[in-house]
Design a protein. Structure first.
Lengths: 234, 114
């Protein structure tokens, strides 16, 4: 029997193979949060979250009827970026200058960031979430939500706290970003060293929490622990 | 075998985490995939939420036909089944029912006799 590209012939014949990497949406969510807050500013965090949500829901509605796109990441990124620009324009948070000079035009201007850029943005994101003015637990909660793509319920289960407390911490943390922290600027020198210690602690705590997490019959620990290893290695 | 149309309404706007969205999508893909494997899937497309309504003798055009979210047609599927009962049974596994307001309208295609 002739095989090519290790694809079985019968798999290709079925146009509805929904082969999607596990946790793809969660990872893409985290990457997009980092990428878009870096590009459009942390003050727009809520609009960014809405746009990403819209894109994931759109994928959910469209992909089952056709094949999964060849590059699922790029598809989601592009749809989210377009939604985001629509929303920012509607709220008049984009001036004409932004649009043309910063290449924020939907058609001409969108370029899928490469892996290195996304990693840089994710690193900036961790440092921002671990801002010293926030209580340590809030830093963890923000990291889990923004970087790891976990929802309120999932975080509540992971940290064994109640949902309302988590929701409150997220609201407060994000309000702080909107009003005070502004655009992402990584700390330097002494501040960097101190911040790095906090970051490592948060990652360590993430790793620890990973062992305690279950979601019904499905163990979430491997994901959380490997998330923290992935973050720590950068 | 006869052909039936599934018209999907509702099932939108459930606030979800990325994990839940992906899981829900997986269930849609599995359901449609199963119909495909059984040779019962004839076609189908999702619909964009925006739309127009043309009425009053073709003179009036308005944005979108709908008022309630539960009335919005999200997509359609064309399937093959032996009879209405079978078509209805097949539809019951549709993931749209995970939402309270999800509905599937089942309509038989009027075939023109040879």
């Amino acid at each position: 029997m002739i095989r090519h590209n290790s694809h079985d012939i019968t798999e290709e014949a079925n146009p509805h193979t929904m082969e999607i990497v596990d946790h793809l949406f969660r990872h893409e969510h985290g990457k997009m949060i980092a990428s878009f807050t870096s590009k459009y500013g942390f003050r727009n965090i809520e609009i960014i979250e809405d746009a990403i949500q819209d894109a994931l829901i759109r994928a959910m509605q469209v992909w089952p009827f056709r094949a999964v796109p060849d590059n699922p990441s790029a598809w989601i990124f592009k749809v989210a970026n377009n939604r985001l620009i629509d929303k920012l324009r509607r709220e008049q948070k984009l001036s004409k200058i932004d649009t043309i000079e910063n290449g924020l035009d939907k058609v001409e201007g969108f370029r899928m960031p490469d892996e290195d850029e996304i990693e840089d943005d994710q690193l900036k994101m961790i440092f921002t979430c671990c801002h010293p003015s926030l209580p340590e637990e809030t830093q963890i909660i923000l990291t889990l939500n923004l970087l790891c793509g976990l929802g309120t319920d999932e975080i509540a289960r992971a940290l064994m706290k109640n949902k309302e407390a988590i929701a409150k911490a997220l609201t407060r943390g994000k309000r702080k970003f909107k009003n005070e922290i502004g655009s992402l600027k990584p700390p330097v020198d002494k501040e960097l060293e101190l911040r790095l210690q906090v970051v490592m602690k948060v990652i360590y705590l993430l790793f620890n929490e990973g062992y305690k997490v279950t979601k019904g019959t499905q163990l979430m620990d491997p994901t959380l622990s490997s998330e923290s290893i992935r973050l720590g290695m950068r | 075998m006869e052909r039936y149309l599934y018209v999907f309404r509702g099932g939108e706007g459930m606030g979800r985490t990325p994990e839940e969205i992906q899981a829900h999508m997986g269930r849609w893909g599995a359901w449609i995939g199963k119909l495909s494997e059984q040779g019962k899937h004839e076609g189908g497309e999702p619909l964009n939420p925006e739309g127009r309504l043309v009425k009053s003798g073709g003179t009036v055009v308005t944005d979108g036909p709908f008022a309630e979210g539960s009335e919005v047609v999200g997509g359609y599927l064309l399937v093959k089944a032996g009879n209405y009962d079978e078509a209805v049974e097949m539809s019951k596994e549709c993931p749209i029912f995970e939402a309270d307001d999800g509905t599937v309208e089942v309509r038989q295609i009027a075939e023109i006799p040879a």
